[in-house]
Every structure is written in C-alpha cells, then in structure tokens.
Design a protein around this ligand. Structure first.
Ligand code: HEM
Length: 509
C-alpha cells in the first residue's frame, strides 16, 4: 500500500487488501460515487496513484495524457487488465476484448472491422428493423398507457437484436420472457457474486487465481452457446444458407483466409465521430490467423457480452431523459415524424442517418450516462511520463502497471461540460461540438483499441429511440426515480430497481 508514496506520487489512501476501494467494498457507496469522489478530490491534477484492491493503478484525469497513453503510446499500453489467467477459459481469452495486444489481436481486429462498415451495417439494418417492429407491436398490443422498466425491456430487446445479428437466431424475449436463449444469455452477462469474486481474486492474487482456474463463463451457458454456434455453422454450410449477420461475415472470412483491403475508410459519417480515428486498420494486411469455429464462437460471444448491457443502458437513459425533458422529446418527435412522413411511413437507413437532433440526443445521453464508468490499459514495457511543469518530476511506470481513465467523472466535470447534470443535447450541435476538448468525451474509448461496435450500437440505439418516439409519448410516472440511486453492487451507473417510465400510445388520424 506504500507503492505510490515510495514514488512520491500524489495518491489516494490505501489499506491492505481493500486498497482504495474500501467504501465500495463495505457497501457504503457505489463504484460510480467512489470514483467521482476521488476525481473531485484531485481534479486539478494530471494523475494520481490509487490501489484497485492490491493492484497499484495510475488514475489519469488529464485529457492530453489520456490521448498520449491511448493513442500515441498504444504499443506500450495495448491491452486491458486480465479478468482471469490467460490459459483458463479459451472461449473468453480468445475474444477481441480479452486478448493481449499482440499480433494475434491486431489480426483479429483487422478481420472483424469490416463487419461494422456502412455497407454491412446497412444489410444488418433489416434485421434490426424486424426486432424494432416486434418491440413496438408488443407494447401497442397492451393498449393505452403502460408502465415500463426500460432497463429490463431493453435488455430483452438488446438480447433479441444481438441474437439475430450476431448468432443468426430469432427470438422474441418480450412475448416469450423465459425463452432458453434469453435466460442463459442473462447468465452469461450477469456477473454473479461468485464471478465478481473470481475477478477480484485475480486482481488481489494472480497466483491463487492460477491455482483455482475459475473459468469466466458458467459451464452450462458456455456449452449451450458453443453448441448453438456449431449447429448453426453446420446447418448453414450444409444448406448454403446466407443470412446477412456477423456469423455469415466470419464464415466468409474463414473460407477466404488471405489478404483483404480494410475498408474502414468506408465508415459512414455517423454524426459526431465517436472515437478518434487512427491509421490503424486502414492499410492492407495479410491475415495469417486461422479462423477456426472456436475463434468464431469466441467473437460472437464477446459481441453479445459487450453489446448487450451497454446498449440497453444507453437506450434506457435516453428514454429516461426524454421522459424528464418533454421539450426535448417534442423537438425530437417533430424531427422523427417528418422523417417518417417523407418516407411514406417508413424509416430508411439513410433517413435515420440524417436525423441531426436524434444524433445530438443520443450523444448527450452517452455523455451524461456512459455505460462504462472507466476505461483501463496495462503496460507491456516500462514508460516514463515526462513532467509538464517545473514542480513535477518524471514518473517511471513499470511493466504491467494498470492505468485507469475515469470516463464518467470526466464527462461530468463542469470544467469541460458546464452544468454537467443537465441533459442538454445542444452541447452536440454542429457549432458546439467543435468546442468539446478532445479526450473529454470518450464513451466508446479511444485509440486503436476503441469499441469496434460503436457504429453498430449508435445505429441500433437511434433506430429504437426513433420508433418509440414515433409510436409513444414517454412520460414520467411515480416510479421514475429522480435522482437515480446507484446500485452498490452493479459496477456501472445503474439503479437496483430498474429505470421506469410510462409509454402512452400515440393516436394517428
Ligand atoms: C452503447 C454501447 C456501447 C458502449 C458504450 C461500448 C463501450 C466500449 C468501450 C468503452 C470499450 C473499451 C474501449 C477502450 O478501451 O478504448 C469497448 C470495447 C469493445 N466493444 Fe463496445 N460498447 C458498446 C457497444 C458494443 C457493441 C454493440 C459491440 C458489438 C457488436 C461491442 C463490441 C466491443 C468489442 C469487441 C470491444 C473490444 C475491442 C478491442 O479490444 O479491440 N461494443 N466498448
């Protein structure tokens, strides 16, 4: 616990085992509040040291330094802190997120990137629309006004959407709430107390974690999804089935495992560029990695894992803010209604992309409520942070040091976003967005390891929000929590009792 003191770095107090995390470990506050408090105590500094339990971690708050570590020094900080030892659960360890940042990750990232270009997203848009229609039809069938826990319902919607676009499976978790896919998928994504403990053991003592060999995914769910992917692959191969989803794209790559021109430059201008562009992925690469069925399974699992909770959080908070801000809702509805009208009652991909106010609303939702409160990186070689001022000294970071970037706190800092608790889409108007200080808005991360699914997530989020605003008035009800009381056990900024709003069916002449 003297790690930072010995290096004369300003730091948060730490105690054995719990490090700087005691208030959360004792259930006194949520993670969101813990990190927000730490940030507020030190927000005039570039960085401080803290202890993530026993792991010394550098807590970086300065946007310039964030850029330096995430982008310029990517080769020094190319990976995340490992949740479990690298050889314990291949299904987890072989996915893009968990993989250490070497050549294998580079190659896999290059292989997967084309799945998220505009042409591929456009093809998947049709599948997304089917899921949206299912959602709207379900709530319309209830008639009048319904009270909805949007977190729960978007978790179901997000499940069906990613089941369709990644796994190639059709399910309706609203009309069949206990379908096997949904029940097991929740098991996969939900971090039970035991799974959280295994992650913690790996942070506190990687040696014990290596001996324990606790897998990341529960066996039953892992077996179910592995079998499902294998069976789907086999059926498609036998019957030559083509469905425009991620499984199909991965199968195509498996067949033609050579060189391709990464068409990342074909990315649509999805409103405000969610991440800093880098040159990575824009050059021609020769892919040597063999895409086995197991590698395919690992990737669809991570798309599921990474895109299920995050997207449902983004959509829930957007709808929640619209319920609380009726003026913003009305303005958005006017824009959406006009788009439906010009498409004769249909919302096309191109029309959706043109909706500027919708873009501003979603971006502001991701500012105020980023689904991940932190980003992290680990170093693979020593690195020195040079001083910025005469009073500072160089700081030598050793190999394997963990670096944390408090996205939630930065995006709620009044220095960067005045009146930060106000939901104000104008921050992202065409004139204003240029004034946002780079690296103070990074809900999808930044640098080569940014979120590969950001455009997919924005498309999905925009589509369902537009459909809801088109078909329902969103209203505040008694159960709508203001302010939100964060759960002390869920890592990210969510309440324990759901996010409630009322949906009133609109009447069209
Ligand atoms: C609103 C929704 C989402 C948010 C806020 C989000 C956020 C993030 C963040 C913060 C990271 C880490 C970036 C970094 O460390 O710089 C990440 C990584 C990742 N995300 Fe997302 N994500 C979302 C949706 C999705 C979706 C829908 C998918 C897949 C279809 C996805 C797949 C991934 C993958 C595979 C990675 C790891 C990338 C790599 O390490 O190369 N995410 N996401």
């Amino acid at each position: 616990v003297k790690y930072w003191e010995e290096r004369s770095v300003d730091h948060e107090r730490a105690i054995p085992i719990f490090g700087s995390m005691l208030p959360n470990a004792l259930g006194k506050c949520s993670n969101t509040e813990l990190f927000l408090d730490i940030y507020k105590r030190h927000s005039n500094k570039r960085y401080i040291g803290l202890h993530n339990y026993t792991k010394p971690s550098l807590f970086v708050m300065d946007p310039q330094l964030i850029k330096q570590i995430l982008v310029k020094e990517f080769e020094t900080f190319p990976e995340h802190l490992q949740f479990i030892p690298t050889d314990v659960d291949p299904l987890w360890n072989n996915n893009l997120f968990a993989m250490p940042g070497g050549e294998k990750w580079h190659q896999l990232r290059s292989i997967l990137s084309p799945a998220f270009t505009s042409s591929k997203l456009k093809a998947m848009f049709i599948l997304m629309k089917e899921c949206c229609n299912g959602f709207v039809t379900y709530y319309k069938s209830k008639g009048g006004e319904v009270d909805v826990d949007v977190k729960e319902t978007f978790t179901r919607f997000g499940n069906d959407l990613i089941a369709s676009t990644a796994f190639g499976i059709t399910c309706n978790s609203l009309t069949e709430p206990k379908n096997e896919f949904y029940v097991l998928a929740k098991d996969l994504v939900f971090l039970s107390a035991f799974r959280r403990l295994t992650i913690l053991i790996n942070i506190i003592s990687p040696t014990i974690a290596k001996i324990g060999r606790f897998p990341f995914f529960p066996k039953k769910t892992k077996d179910f999804f592995t079998r499902l992917v294998k069976d789907t692959l086999q059926t498609r191969r036998e019957k030559n089935i083509i469905r425009h989803d991620m499984l199909h794209l991965l199968m195509e790559f498996q067949k033609d495992n050579h060189t391709y021109q990464d068409d990342a430059h074909d990315m649509p201008e999805m409103g405000y560029a969610p991440v800093e562009d880098t040159n990575f992925g824009k050059t021609q690469r020769t892919i040597k990695l063999e895409i086995t069925d197991d590698i395919i399974t690992s990737q669809v699992m991570i798309f599921f894992f990474a895109g299920f909770e995050t997207v449902s959080t983004m959509m829930s908070y957007t709808i929640y803010e619209l319920a609380l801000n009726s003026d913003i809702q009305d303005r958005l509805r006017n824009e959406v209604d006009a788009a439906f009208k010009s498409g004769n009652g249909e919302l096309t991909y191109d029309k959706l992309m043109e909706l500027k106010y919708l873009d501003m609303v979603i971006l502001e939702s991701l500012r105020k409520w980023p689904p991940f409160i932190l980003l992290d990186r680990s170093s693979v070689r020593p690195y020195t942070i040079e001083p910025n001022e005469p009073t500072e000294s160089p700081l030598l970071l050793e190999k394997d040091i963990s670096v944390i970037f408090p996205i939630f706190s930065i995006q709620r800092d009044p220095k960067y976003f005045p009146n930060p608790d106000k939901f104000d889409p104008e921050r992202f108007s065409e004139e204003n967005r240029n004034n946002i200080i780079p690296y103070t808005y990074i809900p999808f991360g930044a640098g080569p390891r940014n979120c590969i699914g950001s455009r997919f997530a924005l498309l999905e989020g925009k589509l369902i929000v537009a459909e809801i605003v088109r078909n329902f008035e969103i209203v505040r009800i008694e159960k709508t929590q203001v302010p939100i009381i964060y759960s002390k056990t869920i890592f990210n900024p969510l309440p324990d009792d759901g996010i409630w709003v009322g949906l009133q069916q609109r009447k069209f002449e």
